[in-house]
Design a protein around this ligand. Structure first.
Ligand code: HEC
Length: 355
């Protein structure tokens, strides 16, 4: 009884003190008066935990590396975001300097958050920071275009940025951005993946049938964790994804072209020591296997040093039907920069069954 009374009184006193602080006006709400360290840390943890949780069930469309989506995101960004987040080649703005917290310079440092979190942040904004909720005035498709663009932004030079930002959606395509796209020839016929991503489908409604078909066919990967990758490795990672995609499409000729002639492939303890050897042995069966499998990327790391890059990916692989399987697979690819672009020079694959 006594403890209860003490607790109640303590709370009452604290409430009175809190009310006194609020009403007296002693709290300095000025944006140029920084928070105490502990206040900042509390706000930051609350913000980070909240964003992680709220964004938990956001589904990332598989089309984030679509060149048109990126270009349209670039012009949205140029129109609405640069005043606070700047852009390549841009000087600091007076608005950004005076905001508290100061908006991160997305052009320089990129965003440390995942595409799902970025989507959530852009759509809903962040309370008491100046970051607006763009979802009030923009549909999900336009917000995803900005997310797609943000994945590219830190790697853009001022000139590349300008070229992208002034081009409107549906305009001519740009070499660098389009290069990842060139494999999307219109031979999208067999839809072997049942797990279409709902966002991507909604997004696809406004686009041309050929592009829609391509979306249906694209794997789920390459979007979830790309933000963990340094921007410099994006092009090499795109080659890795293209290789997978071509295999799954059964396009073994084009897939083999992405391999260095001297490629060394380790798989389940075995080795194939050149492109020719792989092409005459496992390439076909790997393609056949990938054709029936649903691949979902779980994590990816990578980096570039000089003319070499590595891209290490963990995925889940599900095969249904007669040869049903539920696997976790790990893949390390080493790529070499050639005049034709990145080529795979080493692959190590292994997988294990999920219980
Ligand atoms: C009025 C200023 C302002 C404008 C305009 C603005 N933002 Fe922000 N944005 C902020 C601030 C401030 C933060 C940081 C909030 C924080 O630190 O908690 C932020 C944070 C973000 C983040 C999270 C960054 C990270 O890695 O943590 C993203 C992503 C973002 N903004 C995207 C955009 C996009 C896209 C646009 C344009 C559509 C935009 N913002 C327009 C002020 C702005």
């Amino acid at each position: 009884m006594k403890t209860l009374r003490t607790v109640v009184i303590t709370f009452a006193v604290l409430a009175v003190i809190a009310a006194a602080v609020v009403y007296s006006g002693t709290f300095n709400i000025a944006a140029d008066d920084p928070h105490w360290g502990i206040t900042s840390r509390t706000i930051e943890s609350m913000r980070d935990r909240s964003i992680a949780r709220q964004a938990y069930d956001v589904t990332v469309p598989s089309s984030l590396d679509d060149a048109k989506l990126i270009a349209s995101g670039a012009s949205e960004y140029a129109e609405m975001c640069t005043g606070c987040h700047l852009a390549p080649g841009m000087k600091d703005t007076e608005m950004r300097k005076g905001l508290y917290p100061m908006p991160p310079e997305l052009a320089k440092h990129g965003s440390q958050r995942s595409p799902a979190e970025q989507f959530w942040i852009i759509k809903h904004g962040i309370k008491m920071t100046g970051m607006p909720a763009w979802g009030v005035t923009h549909d999900d498709q336009r917000i995803w275009s900005m997310v797609a663009f943000l994945q590219k932004l830190p790697s853009l030079s001022a000139a590349q940025y300008r070229e992208l930002a002034v081009s409107r959606e549906g305009g001519h395509s740009h070499d660098e951005m389009a290069s990842q796209d060139e494999s999307h020839s219109d031979d999208a016929k067999d839809h072997h993946h049942g797990d279409h991503n709902s966002n991507a489908e909604a997004d696809a409604n406004t686009r041309k049938p050929a592009e829609q078909a391509h979306d249906h066919q694209t794997h789920d990967h390459a979007s979830n964790s790309t933000s963990e990758l340094p921007a410099s490795v994006a092009d090499a990672a795109a080659v890795v994804d293209r290789f997978q995609k071509l295999l799954a499409e059964g396009n073994t000729t084009a897939a083999a072209e992405l391999l260095d002639p001297t490629v060394l492939i380790f798989e389940s303890g075995g080795a194939e020591r050149s492109r020719a050897e792989y092409a005459s042995h496992h390439l076909k069966s790997d393609a056949e296997f990938m054709r029936t499998a649903t691949l979902k990327q779980l994590s990816r790391r990578g980096n570039v040093s000089g003319d070499l890059a590595f891209v290490a990916t963990e995925s889940s692989l599900k095969v249904s039907g007669a040869k049903a399987a539920d696997l976790t697979s790990t893949e390390t690819m080493v790529l070499r920069r050639t005049p034709q672009g990145w080529r795979v020079t080493h692959i190590h694959w292994s997988s294990r069954a999920n219980k």
